[in-house]
Design a protein around this ligand. Sequence first.
Ligand code: IPM
Ligand code: MG
Length: 374
Amino acid sequence: MNAIDRAVDQFRTLLEEQIARAARMKDAAPAKDFTNLPTVTIGVIDGDGIGPIITGHSTRVLEALLKDEIAAGKIALKKIEGLTIENRLAQGKAVPDDILAACKACDVLLKGPTETPKGGTMESANVTLRRELDLFANVRPVKVPEEGIDWTFFRENTEGEYVLGSRGVEIPDTLCMDFKVTTRPGTYRIARAAFEYAKKNGKNNVAIVTKANIMKKTDGVFSEICHDVAKDYPGITAEDWYIDIMTAKLVNREQRGRFQVFVLPNLYGDIITDEAAQIQGGVGTAGSANVGDQYAMFEAIHGSAPRMIETGRGAYANPASILRAAEMLLRHIALPEKADALAKAMDSCPLTITGGGDGATCAEYCDALIKALA
Ligand code: IPM
Ligand code: MG
């Protein structure tokens, strides 16, 4: 078989798989209701590099914060071992089967950063977990109160440029093609999540961020569906923005405070949420929720920082991002007072983490939070 036929065959398989995925979305079960689960099981995944440090100390904070619920059997914290780069490479799987099964036995996950090998064919563990657990909404809040910034990004998390990112086609020595996928049910559910959030939180503006002038099919449909959903939310203005100018607007101090909620395809959401987190004080300060109807995973927005480990600065790793993710986890499982208590302890903590010898260690910072929460 020649290279073109092989590529065409591969494309057919991809199309069939994506059509089947879209059909499954249409028959999805209703979302899990955390207010009436007898026990909520929180799976804790360490990850790589600084992951075990920030996740380990953050778990101590959660254990202190939830000690009554844990004692009463309402909350169970369960460590999930083995999602390390070494084990994933040894098994040749982004998320080995036993680990995926352990994740599925939990209701929600708190996850440290995992390393993604560059090149090759191994998918990122994040991308695999988002797909396997169908975590379609990547919700990333960014706040700068003194500037009036209160943004919430709804990044589509299971399709776009990511869903087939490891499965492009190549005609050797000539060209390669990757694929971007927008399904109608996949777009309706992220659009609905963004507008519902806006409505419940008293927001009156949703920015639909695409590059629909260039990516006419995928982003065109994304924008069209967002506007269709917007019709059900009369008090909320839906605005179209292109990703390039939105990236510029976010560094425009005069104008950026007017934005509230953003809904956008996967890759644009990936990029712009790093920019937004940097405006808040750095990627180390922002939390991230990956939410689906059955599962949800809460994680640090940053990577595994291997350089911090190599240079012996691991103990100084900043747990703020994973703790902000833990705060979102607590809200998700219907414990808003616990989330508020954690946020308050963090906002009023006198210690500063700089990532080096002139700041507090991760352990000292978490000890201070535990003391404040007692
Ligand atoms: C993120 C990260 C991931 C992504 C990586 C680790 C695969 O950058 O969560 O934003 O690209 O989605
Ligand atoms: Mg990213």
